[in-house]
Design a protein around this ligand. Structure first.
Ligand SMILES: Nc1ncnc2c1ncn2[C@@H]1O[C@H](COP(=O)(O)OP(=O)(O)OP(=O)(O)O)[C@@H](O)[C@H]1O
Length: 354
């Protein structure tokens, strides 16, 4: 079902913590609210669930207004499923009975069919009789997901669903959860502060800061086309280096001319900052000289921190065969498919260009 969050403001006591937020999820779309701690993600999710009233705007599920300043439909009447960080499975019930919990009103044969389908879907077909304590954290979280999906909710809400798990398992489970939700054709909204989880799970991601959604976009666009310095900094790694717009609309930087990069509002001569991602920089025999300040081995590749002759810093991701020592001087050149630049003057607006 479609979810519409329309100009919603809410908060606690005298303070608003979510300000005029709007977004929409189409039926079957997986959305994610991503942002630093305290930016209001959970508060907004709780409003969609029906635990917090809104002060302005409206929330609609499948076209039905479930929250407005005049009324708040209680959580149990919204047809919304929820999955939380701490699984909250019933320890005294088997996996099968945990999943069947929300199906008490269905006929027995229907219930057995649905539970069996969900056990298959979460890859735990042989585990119906097991108890939660006999399962790993990832398996328990999959059972919690199946339990929430069992009554076919109109919308599924997930609050930091992977944060209780090992880092290595999180992204894998995030991908699995995405497949399960797509298979069930369910609309879902997830909250996380971990961008790799958001990228692995969501179709669209809302980056939040200070109670606002500062960009609602695909993970790809957030990385390659950040709309503000905040998003450029928050998503992925990278450094801003100074540049100046030339007569042909390219940007001259210490790394060379970067074509077609100038923000629309910048005239030739205008000072800008260009976002340089680690994968935008190639090490090569000729190019701009750079000193290796630090090196991190990451298995398949090295991440180098480099300084340019001006003192500007950049990151460079290379194949792990390209091993340089700290203090060594190398040469680099840019290879940028998606150029992101921000005008230095005037300070506002923070919009970007490509
Ligand atoms: N029950 C509450 N009463 C008063 N203030 C609250 C309450 N819950 C949250 N807040 C405040 O509202 C703001 C947003 O909190 P919220 O939990 O929504 O952020 P978040 O982005 O989910 O953060 P985190 O990732 O740390 O969970 C914070 O300043 C927080 O202190």
């Amino acid at each position: 079902m479609q979810l519409e969050v329309d100009n919603v403001t809410l908060g606690y006591g005298n303070e608003d913590v979510v300000h005029s937020v709007s977004f929409r999820l189409k039926p079957g779309e997986l959305g994610c609210l991503l942002g630093p701690s305290g930016c209001g993600k959970t508060t907004l999710l709780r409003a969609v669930a029906g635990f917090e009233p809104v002060r302005a705007g409206a929330i609609r599920i499948g076209g039905e207004t479930v929250s407005s300043p005049q009324s708040t439909l209680p959580p149990e009447r919204r047809g919304v499923g929820m999955v939380f960080q701490d699984y909250a499975l019933f320890p005294h019930l088997s996996v099968r009975d945990n999943i069947a919990f929300g199906l008490r009103r269905s006929a027995r044969s229907e219930r057995a069919k649905r539970v069996s389908r969900l056990l298959d879907l979460i890859g735990l077909a042989g585990y119906g009789d097991a108890y939660p304590h006999q399962l790993s954290g990832g398996q328990q979280q999959r059972v919690a997901l199946a339990r929430a999906l069992a009554p076919k909710p109109r919308l599924l809400l997930l609050d930091e669903p992977f944060s209780g798990l090992d880092v290595e398992r999180r992204e894998e489970l995030a991908r699995e959860v995405r497949c399960i939700l797509k298979e069930e054709g369910i609309t879902a909204l997830m909250v996380t502060h971990d961008q790799s989880e958001a990228f692995a799970t969501a179709d669209s991601i809302g980056v939040m800061s200070g109670g606002e959604i500062v960009q609602w976009d695909t993970g790809y666009n957030l990385y390659h086309r950040p709309a503000s310095r905040f998003v450029a900094d928050f998503i992925g790694q990278g450094e801003l280096i100074p540049g100046r717009v030339n007569e042909s609309g390219g940007v001259e930087t210490e790394l060379g001319v970067i074509g077609g990069a100038a923000p629309a509002q910048c005239r030739p001569g205008c000072a800008v900052e260009v976002l340089i991602r680690p994968d935008d920089v190639l090490d090569c025999p000729t190019g701009t000289p750079a000193r290796v300040d630090a090196r991190a081995f990451r298995g398949a590749d090295f991440l180098y921190q480099l300084s340019l002759p001006s003192g500007a810093r950049i990151l460079c991701l290379t194949h792990s065969h390209n091993r340089y020592e700290v203090g060594e001087h190398i040469s680099v050149r840019p290879q940028i498919d998606h150029v992101v630049a921000f005008p230095v003057e005037p300070r506002k607006p923070e919009a970007l260009t490509r």
